[in-house]
Every structure is written in structure tokens, then in C-alpha cells.
Design a protein around this ligand. Structure first.
Ligand SMILES: *[C@@H]1O[C@H](CO)[C@@H](O)[C@H](O)[C@H]1NC(C)=O
Ligand SMILES: *[C@@H]1O[C@H](CO)[C@@H](O)[C@H](O)[C@H]1NC(C)=O
Ligand SMILES: *[C@@H]1O[C@H](CO)[C@@H](O)[C@H](O)[C@H]1NC(C)=O
Length: 505
């Protein structure tokens, strides 16, 4: 019964007569108020542009002119305030300098950078600064964020971020420093821990990954060794995790003591110049290939979907090359390695080898142009006896004796980097330097961190990026032009390669 009454009230034709009467009264009241408001305002001091004010007889044009003047005046004040604010901001940024660790507090990185040889002696040789590990490092999330995230300045958004895939086993504080030096909310950091690493190292890395959403830690751990076992699978597992993260367009593959030497803005620019080409070291495969295995894509179960694929390519042995396990891969290449192909069998077969088993992974896909990995290169330069330049990693091989290294120290035929290498670090076009060990020399790590901080937050330009270097690399020109039938591959770059430059500076 109640619902019936409600329907009656909603139906206007069914409204009782008294109700209609009330509506008419309401309408009259509204008319009266409207009349009052419209015709009384001009005499009550409220400005009506259509009726000249009797006490202040200004024309419409005059009023608008006054208003415009007032707006102009206020705009001038606003822009004045804005300028003051910008000046203040600039000042506060300049005031916040990079904070060095206690053991490196006395090191004047700027003086080393300027080439002050006398000063260099006071922080090198017998005066070399080693990192003093902090056993009581505060690993609360607040403390980790406080150390890694920029405290006073805002990072500009990147057109494209970048990803870092790093295999680690030691020196947590240096690893954390690496995240700080390349930190950007758009970047992603994947870590694979060597199973042999001490429990405390595991714990600390887990705490960092639990705290920061763009730090990813692989759950499954294998042992890696100097023969390169399990290096490729660790990097590959990082790729599988990273491909699900948006925001990056290149990944750089790294090992524990590789130090990034370009700021995030510089890396963004360099990768834009590479334009989708992978940057990988290519030298001849040196007889490590085990021919008891089959190496054609079909036997390797490489392509996830072979339907409609060229049978010749599927059944032909792929091509091989050798080079550093570190390198830069475009996002499209990573997507291909993870989603179009499955490289597990390939990686496992190499992993059964004896030495240098990690140095043929990305190289062989890079030169096997028939396989179609995005950003690939070709084996034509190899066939012509030419190794091609790669810029991602700087590593100084030294067979002529330790005295030719900046730090006068060698490890496995590679110069160990010290503070004497700082000018080289700042000047070379490479994205990463191998290797710096905090137990040998920490001021080179700290000064590099200060250098990147100065470039990132203080806008300092100590060395302009060599645009010609990156845009004229043989692999970059090949990637850009190889579909053009008139393109002729020239395996010798037009610029002076970093490996042929003076070392150390
Ligand atoms: C970083 O900038 C500060 C302030 O200008 C300067 O004192 C310092 O020497 C710079 N360090 C490097 C490595 O450029
Ligand atoms: C495999 O590739 C063929 C040809 O490109 C396509 O028609 C088919 O849908 C693919 N199969 C799967 C499972 O993706
Ligand atoms: C298959 O690939 C080979 C090698 O690249 C090529 O010579 C051949 O023309 C291709 N066949 C077809 C049907 O595309």
C-alpha cells in the first residue's frame, strides 16, 4: 500500500489541487526576487556593464582598460615573484653538494679532475683510500631511501628510462651506491646474487629490494665463477623479470665491480643516439664451441613458434662470436630473447663448457643476422678480419706490465682502476668502467659518484658527450641503414675509438 502512495506523488497529473496552488505561489516569489535582483543592482553599487553607474559614470571601454591595466600589473608582480623563487631554488641546489663517505671526506675530487698531479700523489700510492665497511649499516627502509633517493632536488622525467641487470656477490655498500648513482623512478634495477655470497650480503640486498619498487631481486640463485658459469642464465633471468616492467628502452648487463660513469640524462641521450642498435663487443669465436652439441635453431628449440618459419634458417647452424658478457641491449632485443625465442637450451649447452662460457651469448645472436634479433649486427666485419668497437664497457687490457696501468696494479691482465684513472673516467665515451674495487681504492668510486651528482643535480658539464661517437658507430650505422639496398657497410669507424686513445689521461 505504501508504494502505491509514493507513485501517486510522483505523478504530477495526480497531484491534489492544493499542491498546484502552492506551486503558483512559489513561482510568484521567484519572479519577485528575480525582478528585485535585475533592476535594483545598478543603484545598489554592483557594477552592471550595460547600465552606466550614475555616481561614477565610466564607460564600458574605460572599465575594461582599467581591468586590463590591473591584470598587467599583477602579471608583472607574479613574474617577479617567479624569478625570485627560481633564484632561491638555484641557490639551494648549489648549496647542497655531494656528501662523501667519512673515509673519503678529505679527497678533493675536483682537484684530481683538474689534473693536479702533485695533489694526486696525496691520495694515491701509499695514501690510497680503501672503503671501511660499515658493519652496523642501518637497513631500515627509511634509511635505505634516505641514502638512495635524491634528498633536495627533483629528477626531471626521462623520455625513456633504462634498466640495469647486475650479477653481484660482494661489497653491498658499493652496490647500493651504484643504485644511488643511476637512480631514477623510471629506471629498473635487477640483481642476481651469486649463491656463494655471504648471508649478510643476501640480507642487505633483500632489504633494498623489499624497500624500493624498482629494485628487483631474482629468487633463484646459482653459483657463478670466473670461468663464466651461470653468468648468462643470471642475466637472462633478469631480462625475463625486467621485460614486465615498463619505462625502459635499453638494458645494460653488468657485473659486481662495473661502475656506471654516465649520468641518467647522459645515458638516456646516448641510448637515443644508438637508436635501437645493440651495443655488444664482437671478436672472433676462439674455438670454444663444443661440436658434440647441435647449434641450429631447431635443435636448440629456439623459436617458440616455428610455424611459417624459413626452414633453411631453422636448420642451419647459427653464427658465433666472442666478447664481453657486459653490453647494452634494446628493449626490442630483450623482448625477442624472452618472448619470441627461448634461449634456455642454448645457454645450457654453453654452460657445460670449460672456460669463458659466458662470452658467446649476446655476441652470437648479434652476428646471426638471419635469426632476426632486433638491433642485431652482422658477421661481415668479422669475416673481413675486423673487430667492431663497443662503447658500453671500458676495460683496460694490459699485457705490457702493471706500470702502464694508471694505478700500477693489474688483476687477471686487466688494469685495476684507482683514483689515477679519474680523468679517464670523466673523459672517455664509455657508459661503464671495469673494474673498481672498494677494498683497493674507494676514492675513485666516490669521486665518480660526485662527478655524476654534479652532472645530474648541479648541471655541470665537465665533458660534452661526443655525439659523433655514438651516432657513427659501425653497428649503429648498420642498424639504421642495412635495409637500404644502396648501403655499404664500412667496418672502420670515422672517429678515434676509445681503445686507441691515450691511457691513462
Ligand atoms: C662538484 O661540484 C662542486 C661544487 O661546484 C665542486 O667543488 C667539486 O669539485 C665538483 N666535483 C667534481 C668531481 O667535479
Ligand atoms: C604461430 O605462428 C603462425 C604464423 O605466424 C600463426 O598463425 C599462429 O597463430 C602462431 N601460433 C601461436 C600458438 O602463436
Ligand atoms: C630462407 O632463408 C635463406 C637464407 O637466408 C634464403 O636464402 C632463402 O631465400 C629463404 N627462403 C624463403 C622461402 O624465404
Amino acid at each position: 500500500m505504501r508504494s502505491k502512495v509514493r507513485y501517486q506523488l510522483l505523478d504530477s497529473s495526480a497531484a491534489p489541487k492544493t499542491c498546484r496552488f502552492l506551486w503558483i505561489i512559489l513561482f510568484l516569489i521567484v519572479c519577485f526576487i528575480a525582478y528585485f535582483l535585475l533592476f535594483s543592482t545598478s543603484t545598489k553599487g554592483v557594477f552592471n556593464p550595460l547600465v552606466p553607474d550614475k555616481r561614477n559614470p565610466m564607460t564600458y571601454e574605460q572599465v575594461m582598460k582599467d581591468l586590463r591595466n590591473e591584470i598587467d600589473e599583477r602579471n608583472a608582480i607574479i613574474s617577479e615573484l617567479q624569478k625570485d623563487f627560481e633564484k632561491l631554488e638555484l641557490k639551494s641546489e648549489l648549496k647542497v653538494l655531494y656528501k662523501r663517505r667519512p673515509e673519503t671526506k678529505h679527497v678533493d675530487c675536483g682537484r684530481v679532475l683538474s689534473g693536479d698531479k702533485k695533489y694526486l700523489e696525496s691520495v694515491s700510492g701509499g695514501n690510497r683510500v680503501k672503503m671501511v665497511e660499515n658493519n652496523d649499516l642501518d637497513m631500515s627502509c627509511a634509511a635505505i631511501m634516505n641514502r638512495i633517493l635524491p634528498s633536495t632536488s627533483v629528477l626531471k622525467p626521462l623520455k625513456n628510462g633504462m634498466a640495469f641487470a647486475r650479477i653481484v656477490y660482494a661489497d653491498y655498500e658499493m652496490i647500493e651506491k651504484q643504485v644511488q648513482m643511476s637512480y631514477h623512478p623510471q629506471n629498473a634495477f635487477c640483481f642476481a646474487i651469486d649463491k656463494k655470497a655471504p648471508p649478510k650480503f643476501h640480507e642487505r640486498l633483500r632489504a633494498m629490494a623489499a624497500c624500493l619498487p624498482n629494485v628487483l631481486l631474482l629468487p633463484d640463485e646459482d653459483s657463478v665463477d670466473s670461468a663464466g658459469h651461470n653468468i648468462n642464465s643470471a642475466h637472462y633471468n633478469c631480462m625475463r623479470v625486467l621485460i614486465n616492467k615498463p619505462g625502459w628502452n635499453y638494458v645494460i648487463l653488468l657485473q659486481n665491480h662495473d661502475i656506471i660513469t654516465k649520468s641518467v640524462y647522459e645515458m638516456e641521450q646516448i641510448y637515443e643516439w644508438l637508436g635501437g642498435a645493440n651495443d655488444i663487443e664482437i671478436t672472433p669465436e676462439s674455438g670454444r664451441l663444443d661440436n658434440k652439441f647441435k647449434w641450429d635453431p631447431k635443435s636448440l628449440k629456439m623459436f617458440r613458434n616455428e610455424t611459417g618459419m624459413n626452414q633453411t634458417i631453422l636448420n642451419t647452424k647459427m653464427k658465433f662470436a666472442k666478447g664481453a658478457a657486459q653490453g647494452s641491449l634494446s628493449r626490442a632485443a630483450v623482448d625477442w630473447m624472452v618472448r619470441t625465442t627461448d634461449l634456455t637450451t642454448y645457454i645450457n649447452q654453453w654452460n657445460k663448457g670449460g672456460f669463458g662460457v659466458d662470452e658467446q651469448f649476446i655476441q652470437s645472436f648479434q652476428v646471426s643476422s638471419d635469426l632476426g634479433m632486433p638491433g642485431h649486427f652482422t658477421d661481415e666485419c668479422l669475416k673481413a678480419g675486423k673487430n667492431t668497437d663497443f662503447v658500453s664497457r671500458m676495460s683496460q687490457w694490459m699485457y705490457s706490465g702493471a706500470e702502464h696501468c694508471g694505478s700500477k696494479t693489474i688483476r687477471h691482465a686487466i688494469c685495476l682502476l684507482g683514483i689515477e684513472d679519474f680523468r679517464t673516467v670523466a673523459a672517455y665515451p664509455n657508459l661503464m668502467f671495469n673494474k673498481m674495487m672498494p677494498s683497493f681504492d674507494y676514492s675513485i668510486v666516490e669521486c665518480t659518484a660526485e662527478l655524476l651528482y654534479n652532472r645530474t643535480f648541479l648541471g655541470q658539464v665537465d665533458h660534452k658527450l661526443e655525439e659523433d661517437y655514438y651516432t657513427k658507430m659501425v653497428n649503429v650505422l648498420y642498424h639504421k641503414n642495412h635495409m637500404n639496398p644502396n648501403f655499404k657497410l664500412d667496418c672502420t669507424p670515422s672517429y678515434k675509438q676509445w681503445s686507441q686513445r691515450q691511457y691513462p689521461l
